[in-house]
Write a protein that binds this ligand. Sequence first.
Ligand code: ADP
Length: 493
Amino acid sequence: MWVKALDIVLDRLVVQGADLSTVTAISGSAQQHGSLYWSQYGIQKLKNLDPDKFLHLQIDDSAFTVTRTPIWMDGTTENQCLEMETAIGGASEMVRITGSKCYPRFTGPQIRKIYQQRTHAYEDTKRISLVSSFLASIFLGNIAPIDYADASGMNLFDIDTKTWSKPCLNSCAPDLEERLGQPVATNSIIGNVSNFFVQRFGMPANCKVAAFTGDNPSALSGMVVEKNWLVMSLGTSDTVMMNLQNNPELEKGHVLCHPIETDQFMGLLCFRNGSLVRDALKRVDANDNWSNFSELLNSTPRGNYGNMALHFHSLEIIPNAKGNLRWNKNHSSASPDADKGLTKFGSPQAEIRALIEGQMLHRRAIATDMGFNFGEETKIIATGGASVNKAILQVMSDVFNAPVYVQKHSEAALLGAAYRAKYALYLHTSKVNAQKKAAVTWGPPESYQHYILQYIPSHLQRMCAPSKDSQDIYEPMLARYREMARILEDSTA
Ligand code: ADP
């Protein structure tokens, strides 16, 4: 299906008149965690693609040892997670090595399940690709290496040493390293496009293929953010991404190798209770209408007269808590009804503001725990469905005490792939020139941000600035939020 999709995309590009002979480098972004299992026959096919035929007629089911392959939505490997963590000495050891505890959707537990349940298929597998490196393989006409950032979503990769972790590999399946191959830095060139693309689509024979990566790291590269930026996606669930200098070893967050800065990390936090909760309160308190919702939010002062709420309609990831808790200005952890709070506030205005302030305080507290340094330089990029709502962005700006921006273009993950292709080609050319001493004034290459921003000077639009009293209002509320979260977590346990 994926190969056929690629046939269709390429044909549509041609039909629309795209001149593929001008493409000098290509990279890509694909859903994280999914895996594909190549047969020996498949690899031979890949290396000898016939330009007169569609890809999907050549790379068909026989190219793989497993044809129904796991994607990120598969949650059936709880047992394998437990086995892998137990084998290496516990969840905290898994976090220390790989940046994440074992998650059922992660590739390692998925590979282990295939090894256990379809042992012959595993034994017949010559190479395993992630979805990203699979797509790169098609362009390369050979098995493409897995990149550091996407390798970080497998529970197999040591994010500090940037090598496969022997204990993790051993806990997963035998002879795995040879099936995974040598990983590479995300911004590296891995070869030229294969003859198939030259003959069939007129791409230049020296068109470079840069490593492909997962959608989240690709989105971070598409935002072109520096270390003081926090990316906040307000989608069905909310996601926060950030640059980190160190692996914070936070049990329930994800730390990945940074897609651009090889010596840095990328922090990724997911919040289950995002838009679905905002949708639910919009229905109940705002007549199911976003402009009413915004009006209610704007008609209450910052701090909401001491009314605060946490809404975890489904079990939240951090903290491990479920339920609602509403406090008014008199509540504290010493109150006899601290764990019950109020059933409802007195007005829909108070409800809506307490919801959004509570969500933002929650995101801020967890990002701080992950190791993000909030300060005067902090800036936020908001994306996702709710980022069109200015009233929500203003609360975000106030709670984080930082200006909030939106991108002028959508599809950050896709843009990230294009930017990385351009930057990887630039790094590659600089290196080749330096080796040939061809460059007259050779110096260290420009940073990714500097290099890319010259092509997209104003890709961001500033939406809100924090109010002057933000710090004074929200610092104390952050401490109160932590008390409420602890109480809700205790009552969930
Ligand atoms: P996904 O994570 O599925 O890609 P989106 O990023 O498209 O989701 O976000 C969808 C959500 O955006 C909807 O659930 C809705 O709650 C929210 N949304 C859409 N318009 C608004 C708005 N004007 N104000 C607040 N939220 C909005």
